[in-house]
Design a binder for this molecule. Structure first.
Ligand code: SAM
Ligand code: FES
Length: 351
């Protein structure tokens, strides 16, 4: 057995904790020079099977605002993009998106947006409690960036169940290459620990193929994910946006994203792992390939069709023209094509 196959077996046995960042970095290097991805994916599916079977959870994504005070260098809705047409959804519109999603079988709503000061704690708490009181069998996930501990606490008390905050990179120097000096790696990581302490199911994650990323950086990401053991982990390819400083950097690849989905499944067998829209953007069957690599979540869009194009984090984002019902039906067929089944379920993490 060569080194790569041995490491795949170590991961499969649940002994990934024994691997150092150096081991993982050279494993990633070697994976690039051989044909190991199918073996890795097969092991990831074997580990997923007894926990989640062939069930894939759906989350209804409501993109509440593309107004953001931040200026992340990779992001199409960054503050400096003067050519972005800005919008924000009011409370009643967000509630109608959730109501429509409920009828379509969604039992989790993800409210995602830029860091927009309009959504004060009072506004957010009102939205969260209205969704929870109309649909007590549903989970509310927030993805609103960095806020204060008190803000996270209030939204949790109002009923929010989960919070997605990608750590973006577990290497402080790399973090500084992707973000303006006003943003801090330490604060981002602190937010993740605060959210967990407040009782949220927490999601972290990163972009595959982000500018300046090396396999050593990814090894640090994987060690962070393994040790933090999040309930959810969002990884998708970096895709350039033409109005950002990273416009001319290449996208991440499907192969590497799928390879990392498999490794994360093996390192954290219970994690809720989405096959992201970005993966579907760089390959027509990207999301199906993600499920085959070990993912078990998809996040179709529930935002009003009129604003979808404006939530343009990267170029050529898919699913911006379809109605919510079409998105759901389309994903249902795609998931079935790889032998899995979308279920009507909150889809909490299995412990
Ligand atoms: N403002 C919130 C936050 O900071 O977590 C949520 C919105 S933010 C747009 C959600 C995620 O989009 C980021 O965590 C980032 O990883 C991803 N993203 C942004 N620009 C991207 C790009 N060009 N390609 C792929 N993913 C991107
Ligand atoms: Fe704020 Fe992208 S810079 S959401």
């Amino acid at each position: 057995m060569n080194d790569v196959s041995e490491i795949i077996e170590t991961l499969y046995r649940g002994d990934g904790g024994a691997l150092s960042a150096d081991d993982i970095a050279s494993f990633l290097d070697e994976c690039e020079s051989g044909d190991y991805d199918e073996a890795l994916a097969a092991r990831a599916r074997e580990v997923r099977e007894p926990i989640y079977g062939n069930r894939v959870y759906v989350r209804g994504l409501i993109e509440i605002s593309n107004i953001c005070k931040n200026d992340c260098l990779y992001c199409g809705i960054r503050r400096s993009n003067r050519n972005c047409i800005r919008y924000r959804l009011d409370e009643d519109t967000i509630i109608s998106c959730a109501d429509e999603g409920y009828e379509l079988g969604f039992r989790t709503f993800v409210l995602q947006g830029g860091e927009d000061a309009y959504y004060t704690d009072d506004v957010m708490c009102s939205i969260i409690s209205r969704i929870k009181s109309s649909h007590p069998d549903c989970a509310v996930t927030l993805s609103l960036g960095e806020r204060s501990r008190d803000s996270y606490r209030r939204m949790r008390s109002a009923g929010a169940d989960r919070y997605l905050l990608r750590h973006e990179t577990a290497n402080p120097d790399h973090y500084a290459q992707l973000h303006p000096a006003s943003m801090s790696y330490e604060n981002r990581i602190q937010c993740l620990y605060t959210l967990r302490e407040l009782g949220y199911q927490v999601g972290c994650g990163f972009m595959v193929g982000s500018p300046y990323q090396t396999n050593r950086h990814i090894a640090n990401d994987l060690c962070f994910i393994r040790d933090f053991y999040p309930a959810m982990c969002g990884i998708g390819p970096f895709v350039p946006h033409h109005e950002t400083p990273f416009a001319s950097f290449p996208s991440g690849t499907v192969e590497k994203t799928c390879r990392l989905l498999s490794i994360i499944r093996l390192l954290c067998p219970h994690v809720l792992l989405p096959a992201t829209t970005a993966l579907g953007t760089i390959h027509p069957r990207g999301r199906e390939m993600g499920i085959l690599a070990g993912a078990n979540v998809v996040m179709p869009n529930l935002s009003p069709v009129g604003v979808r194009k404006q939530y343009e984090l990267y170029d050529n984002k898919i699913c911006t023209g379809e109605e919510s019902a079409q998105c759901r039906d389309c994903l249902e067929l795609r998931i079935r094509s790889v032998g899995c089944e979308i279920v009507t379920d909150r889809g909490d993490v299995k412990k």
